[in-house]
Write a protein that binds this ligand. Structure first.
Ligand SMILES: [Zn+2]
Ligand SMILES: [Zn+2]
Length: 657
C-alpha cells in the first residue's frame, strides 16, 4: 500500500483498485453495492469511504470502465433524454431517471437532494447535514515566530486567560536558540509570571499560534495599521475592504483562502466588521514545469537521475513527461544562475512571455536565450533613435496615434492580469511599430523622444533595469520608476481611428500583394514594372457593412436577405446578381473577418484613396516603377479582374510596361 498526497493523487493517470468481495446495502432499495479499495479516493475526506457514482462522476466512470463495474445512468440532461450506453459521465444536475422507487424520477438539483434525504430520514437511516470544507485545525506550534497564546497556567486556578489590559503578549528578546525544544522556554521573565487571578506564581503558555493565524487577518490590520487600541477599527476596515486582488498558487485555494475566509466570517459574526468575503478577485498562477522521467504503468514521475533508465518499481522503460519543478524530482532550475548569466530582466521577460499567469509553463533554455536576444535588441533602440535627423513627415501622425493605442492596449492587458499580452505589446509589438515607422520614412527625433518616453512606462514592469537605462539616457533626470503616468495618458484623439485603420489596411494590402507579385513574375517571365489595383464597388462594401451590423445587433443571418432586398442597389435588373453575390461570396465571409478587419469595414475606410495616396511607398515595397489604384468602374478594367474585387481585397494586376 502506498499513501499519496492530495497533489500526487491529482496527477494520477491510472486509477487502480481491488474488490474486497464484500457488499454494502443501499438503505433505500436494499440493493447490494460492491465495495472496492481504490487509489484515487481521499482517505481524509469524510470517513475515507465514499459512494462511487460511475454514471455521474468522471473519475468513478473511468474506474468502473477499467474493472467492468456496471455503470447506471440515474440523471439525464433534459427530461425526455433517452437512457442508454454512456460514453462519459454526465456530471450535470439534470432530472433523475430510472429510479427503482417511486417519487424520484423527474426531480432535479436541490429538489432531488431534498427528496432523497427526506426519504432516508423517514426510515431513520440518516439525516441531512452541512459539509464544511474546513477541517480541524491544530494552531499551536512550539516555535518562537508566532503569536503567543495568551494563557497562563496557575497551580491554583488552572488555565487563566491573560486579561485584556495586558494584551498583546509580546515575544521576549532574551531567548536562546539551540535548535532543540521551544526557544521561548529559555526566557525566565517570559515564562514565570504571577497568576492574574490569585497572584501566586504561575507559568505562561509557551506554544505560539500557527502563522496561518496571522495571515488570516493581516489585511484587516493593514487597513488600520497605526491603531494602538484595537486590532482594527470596524469602520476603517469596512471602508478599505475587501482586498481587490488575490494572487497565489493553487495550494492557496485549499489552505490560506479557506482559513482567511473563515477568519473573516468569524470576525464578522463577532461584529468587528461587516464584510462577508475578504477577497474580490482570485488569480491562481500556474506552476513552472520541466521534463522528468515518467513510468506509465506505475503512473509515477521519478527523479531526473533515472532519465533513460528502467522503472525501479516495475522495470518498464521510462518515458518523459512535464512535471511541476520540485526538489524531490530534481527537475529544478536555479534562478540565481540564470540571473547572473542573463540578468534579472531577461529571466522575468522569459517567464512572463512564456505563458499566461494562470496557465503554468514549461521551462525551456532556448526560450531564455530568445528573451535575452530581445532584451539586447531593445537595449540598442535609444541609440538608433538618437541618430534620427529627419523632420516632420506624414507618418508622424500615425506613430503618435499608434503610441496612444498601444498604451491603451497595454493598460487593458495589465488591468486584466494578462501579463503575456502586456509584454508582447511592450517588448515585441512596439519594436515592429518602430520598424514600420522608419520603413514609411519616419525619422523625426521629436516623435522618437515621445515614443521612448511612453515606451519607458511599459518597459518598467517586466524589465526595470532596461527601462532605467533608457530613461537615464534621455537625460531628463530622476528615476523612471518614480514617474506617474498622467491621467488620460494615451487617450484616443480625434482622427486616430482613421489614421490607424489606413496603415493596417496598407500593411495587409502589401502582405497579399507580395504573393500576387511573385506569381505574376513567374507568369510574365520577368519582374513586373507596373501594377493596377481596383477596389470593389460601393454596393458590395455597403452589403458587407450592413450584414456585419445586422449580426452585431443580434439578427439571424438567415433573415438578412429581407434587409438586402430593400436596398436600392438590389432592385430591378441587378437584384439577381446582388442576391447571388450575398449567398455565394459574402455569406461565407462575414463570420471569417478578424476583429481588425471588421473595425476597418465598419469604420468606413476609403480603400482606393489610401492606396492612391501611398503609391510611392507601394512602388518601393513592391519594386515597381508605377502603381495606380481606382474603384472598379472608375477606369479601364485592366486584366478584366476588377469585378472580382472584394471589400478589403482589391483586385491586383501586374504588367510589364
Ligand atoms: Zn491563580
Ligand atoms: Zn513502473
Amino acid at each position: 500500500m502506498v499513501a499519496l498526497s492530495d497533489f500526487e493523487r491529482g496527477m494520477l493517470k491510472q486509477k487502480v483498485g481491488v474488490p474486497t468481495g464484500r457488499f454494502a446495502i443501499n438503505p433505500l432499495t436494499g440493493e447490494e453495492v460492491p465495495i472496492w479499495i481504490g487509489n484515487f479516493v481521499i482517505a481524509a475526506y469524510g470517513t475515507g469511504a465514499v459512494m462511487a457514482v460511475p454514471g455521474h462522476d468522471q473519475r468513478d466512470f473511468d474506474f468502473a470502465k477499467n474493472y467492468d463495474i456496471p455503470i447506471r445512468q440515474v440523471l439525464v440532461e433534459k427530461a425526455d433524454d433517452e437512457v442508454g450506453e454512456m460514453a462519459s459521465a454526465y456530471e450535470g444536475y439534470g432530472p433523475m431517471v430510472a429510479s427503482p422507487l417511486p417519487g424520484f424520477d423527474g426531480k432535479s438539483g436541490e429538489e432531488a437532494n431534498r427528496a432523497v434525504i427526506e426519504s432516508l430520514e423517514e426510515i431513520g437511516m440518516g439525516e441531512g447535514t452541512v459539509q464544511w470544507k474546513i477541517r480541524d485545525w491544530l494552531i499551536s506550534r512550539q516555535r518562537y515566530w508566532g503569536t503567543p497564546i495568551p494563557i497562563i497556567h496557575c497551580p491554583e486556578c488552572g488555565i487563566v486567560p491573560v486579561p485584556q489590559s495586558q494584551l498583546p503578549v509580546l515575544l521576549p528578546d532574551d531567548v536562546v536558540f539551540t535548535g532543540h525544544g521551544n526557544p521561548l522556554e529559555s526566557s525566565d521573565p517570559f515564562c514565570n509570571v504571577d497568576c492574574p487571578t490569585c497572584g501566586s506564581g504561575a507559568r505562561r503558555e509557551t506554544d505560539t499560534m500557527d502563522t496561518f493565524v496571522d495571515s488570516s487577518w493581516y489585511f484587516l490590520r493593514f487597513s488600520d495599521a497605526m491603531n494602538d487600541d484595537a486590532c482594527f477599527d470596524g469602520e476603517v476596515a469596512d471602508y478599505w475592504m475587501n482586498v481587490d486582488f488575490y494572487c497565489g498558487g493553487i495550494e492557496h485555494a485549499q489552505m490560506h483562502l479557506i482559513y482567511a475566509r473563515f477568519w473573516t466570517k468569524a470576525l464578522r459574526d463577532l461584529g468587528l466588521l461587516s464584510h462577508d468575503e475578504p477577497f474580490q478577485t482570485l488569480l491562481c498562477q500556474g506552476m513552472v514545469n520541466k521534463p522528468a522521467p515518467h513510468c506509465k504503468p506505475c503512473g509515477i514521475t521519478l527523479h531526473v537521475d533515472l532519465t533513460g533508465k528502467m522503472c525501479p518499481i516495475c522495470g518498464a522503460e521510462l518515458g518523459i513527461r512535464s512535471a511541476k519543478m520540485s526538489k524531490s524530482l530534481g527537475n529544478t532550475v536555479s534562478p540565481e544562475g540564470l540571473v547572473s548569466e542573463f540578468g534579472a530582466d531577461t529571466v522575468r521577460l522569459f517567464i512572463l512571455f512564456s505563458a499566461q499567469p494562470e496557465a503554468g509553463m514549461d521551462w525551456s533554455d532556448e526560450g531564455v536565450l530568445a528573451a535575452w536576444r530581445q532584451v539586447s535588441l531593445l537595449h540598442g533602440i535609444p541609440a538608433t533613435i538618437s541618430e534620427w535627423v529627419g523632420t516632420a513627415s506624414s507618418i508622424d501622425g500615425w506613430m503618435k496615434a499608434r503610441i496612444r493605442q498601444q498604451v491603451r492596449q497595454w493598460m487593458t492587458a495589465m488591468d486584466n492580469a494578462d501579463l503575456r499580452r502586456a509584454v508582447e505589446i511592450s517588448h515585441y509589438d512596439l519594436v515592429k511599430d518602430l520598424n514600420w515607422y522608419t520603413r514609411r520614412g519616419g525619422a523625426n527625433s521629436e516623435v522618437g523622444l515621445d515614443l521612448l518616453k511612453a515606451w519607458c512606462y511599459m518597459l518598467q514592469t517586466a524589465t526595470p533595469h532596461l527601462a532605467e537605462e533608457w530613461w537615464s539616457g534621455l537625460g531628463t533626470g530622476g528615476l523612471n520608476a518614480t514617474r506617474v503616468m498622467p491621467k488620460g495618458y494615451g487617450n484616443v484623439e480625434a482622427g486616430d481611428d482613421e489614421i490607424l485603420a489606413g496603415e493596417v489596411y496598407l500593411r495587409q494590402f502589401l502582405d497579399s500583394a507580395r504573393n500576387t507579385r511573385r506569381m505574376a513574375q513567374r507568369h510574365l517571365g520577368q519582374p513586373p514594372t507596373k501594377a493596377i489595383a481596383q477596389t470593389t464597388v460601393d454596393w458590395k462594401v455597403d452589403l458587407a457593412v450592413s450584414a456585419l451590423r445586422f449580426i452585431d445587433d443580434g439578427g439571424d443571418v438567415k433573415q438578412f436577405q429581407k434587409v438586402l432586398i430593400a436596398k436600392p442597389y438590389a432592385q430591378g435588373e441587378q437584384k439577381g446578381e446582388v442576391i447571388t453575390f450575398w449567398r455565394k461570396k459574402m455569406l461565407p465571409q462575414v463570420f471569417k473577418w478578424s476583429d481588425e478587419d471588421r473595425a476597418l469595414l465598419l469604420g468606413g475606410l476609403d480603400e482606393s484613396a489610401i492606396l492612391g495616396a501611398n503609391s510611392g511607398f507601394i512602388c518601393t515595397e513592391l519594386e515597381l516603377e508605377e502603381f495606380t489604384a481606382w474603384k472598379f468602374g472608375d477606369g479601364e478594367d485592366v486584366g478584366g479582374r476588377g469585378g472580382s474585387a472584394f471589400p478589403l481585397r482589391p483586385s491586383l494586376t501586374f504588367v510589364q510596361k
